[in-house]
Design a protein around this ligand. Structure first.
Ligand SMILES: [Zn+2]
Length: 248
């Protein structure tokens, strides 16, 4: 380093290294460190972490982020996530050199911070994103993903495992502010209303031109619409995201 490191920088560096080691997630979007909203004194708050990053000259942002409920908790857990964009990571690596290796090993197709889904509208299909999930969302268990609404509402397909836009998640438009994601395709409707198999139901909420692969009629899955077995650790779903170190 060209300039001598000051004592406040040293102290900030120690705290940031600790946060990266214990509670950071590296994604295609960058690095995120999650903090419970009402963190106790033993946990450095998101604001404190932000101050340290300011001292170190690392650009970042703080966003509201949610994790799945624990046990029988009824609600999502609200937190704050301090995010350093991928393009700014080199500034963080200067202070946390151990980050370089996981950055180098991150797959090119690693998902970013947001989960994308579509919604049929009169004017066409809108692509929307969820930015409020904690950055670790690709690594959640199937049970956690279910709690966060990331499984198909009809057949339970894990919408996170869709490949490169082939299995997009569609939201069935309903009441404002509600989401009900299904796995869908943009296949044209081929059956008329009188045809056996065509039923009235939530699927009618899908606008013309869009048809859900899975139907409300049964948990009998249409072709290509299967509930995957739970993935073993280290499988494709988990590999997509390289967790540097995650708090349990
Ligand atoms: Zn489905």
């Amino acid at each position: 380093m060209a300039q001598p490191v000051t004592e406040p920088q040293r102290a900030a560096q120690r705290r940031v290294i600790g946060a990266v080691r214990t509670s950071s997630v590296l994604t295609g979007g960058g690095l995120a460190m999650w903090r419970e909203h009402d963190a106790g004194e033993w946990t450095e708050s998101a604001a404190g972490l932000s101050q340290d990053l300011d001292i170190l000259g690392v650009p970042h942002e703080i966003v509201v982020a949610f994790r799945p409920p624990r046990g029988r908790e009824p609600r999502w857990r609200e937190g704050r996530e301090v995010r350093v964009a991928f393009t700014e990571l080199r500034r963080l690596v200067r202070w946390v050199p151990s980050l370089q290796q996981p950055i180098d090993e991150l797959p090119a197709q690693a998902p970013g911070f947001t989960f994308a889904y579509r919604e049929p509208r009169e004017t066409g299909t809108a692509v929307l994103t969820f930015s409020s999930f904690a950055a670790e969302w690709p690594a959640w268990t199937v049970i956690q993903a279910a709690a966060m609404g990331l499984l198909c509402a009809r057949c339970g397909f894990d919408l996170r495992t869709r490949g490169a836009g082939r299995r997009p998640a569609y939201n069935i438009p309903g009441q404002a502010g509600t989401r009900r994601l299904v796995c869908g395709t943009t296949r044209r409707r081929t059956r008329g209303p009188g045809t056996p198999g065509a039923r009235k139901g939530p699927v009618d909420g899908l606008r013309r031109g869009l048809r859900a692969v899975c139907r409300p009629s049964a948990f009998r899955h249409a072709r290509g619409c299967r509930t995957p077995a739970r993935q073993p650790a280290g499988s494709a779903g988990n590999r997509r995201q390289a967790a540097v170190h995650r708090r349990g």
